[in-house]
Write a new protein. Structure first.
Length: 255
């Protein structure tokens, strides 16, 4: 697991405070795709439980897995007692119990690519659903985005997490849909975008950036310099585009 993947624990409270949550529309989309009641789910890389509480709140028996102890402790503060928690990375999970749904919210890109899809299939019931959801938070105003890019440039060229398989941003099917289409374990791969526009103060936007891995791995002094430069480029209030790209696939029935 990379340094960027392990950089979040120290910022667990900020992650919970500043990262956007997930709308009810997301659950409705996954449930409609499943076409049957979602009774059990396994969450990979649950973080502070942003998605956990959505699915658990709709009556799904969720097992939330997360490798970072600080993130998991924060999660337990915010989710129903019915949620079962396991401190483990995806690669540490062993086949055993199978679930009707396995999902990852802004976390799948941190998993190791080796045997990713056979491992995923082993955790699902035949015909069960895999779902991945997430996407970058962008400044909606191009002029403000350009001002922030220019302010950040002396320290950091980009704060993006690159596509794990190199799929260009404009491609009609994004990762992980590209991998799922090639996998012998999954079928009926779909991609949907849920649009979200949120308004927040400049200080809250900086708080959000403080939870982004590209900044977290920088030395503390450099973080201060970057956030100072960005803060001077921001208006008092910003609108962010927090679109959620959802990938859905169905585990093939066992022969």
């Amino acid at each position: 697991m990379s340094d960027r993947a392990l950089s979040f624990g120290a910022m667990a409270e900020a992650y919970e405070r500043f990262r956007p949550g997930y709308p009810g529309e997301l659950f409705d989309l996954v449930a409609a795709y499943a076409g049957r009641p979602l009774r059990t789910a396994l969450e990979i890389g649950a973080g502070t439980g942003k998605a956990t509480r959505l699915f658990a709140g709709r009556g799904v028996a969720v097992t939330a897995t997360e490798p970072d102890g600080a993130m998991l402790a924060e999660l337990r503060e915010h989710v129903p007692e019915s949620v079962r928690t396991v401190r483990a990375a995806f690669e540490e999970l062993r086949p055993g119990e199978r679930y009707g749904l396995v999902y990852a919210a802004a976390a799948l890109h941190w998993t190791a690519p080796e045997d990713r899809w056979p491992r995923m299939a082993a955790l699902l019931e035949p015909g069960g659903v895999f779902a991945s959801m997430g996407g970058p938070v962008r400044l909606a105003d191009p002029a403000v985005e350009e001002a922030v890019r220019a302010a950040r440039a002396p320290f950091l060229e980009s704060d993006d997490v690159p596509s794990p398989d190199g799929t260009p941003p404009g491609h009609d099917m994004q990762w992980p849909g590209t991998e799922l289409r090639r996998s012998e374990w999954f079928t009926d791969v779909r991609q949907t975008v849920i649009e979200q526009r949120l308004t927040m103060s400049a200080s809250d936007y900086l708080g959000h950036l403080s939870t982004v891995s590209a900044y977290l791995v920088r030395p503390a002094r450099e973080q201060e310099q970057i956030f100072g430069a960005i803060g001077r480029a921001l208006p008092g209030t910003v609108v962010i585009a927090a679109d959620i790209t959802v990938h859905l696939a169905r585990r093939r029935q066992e022969r």
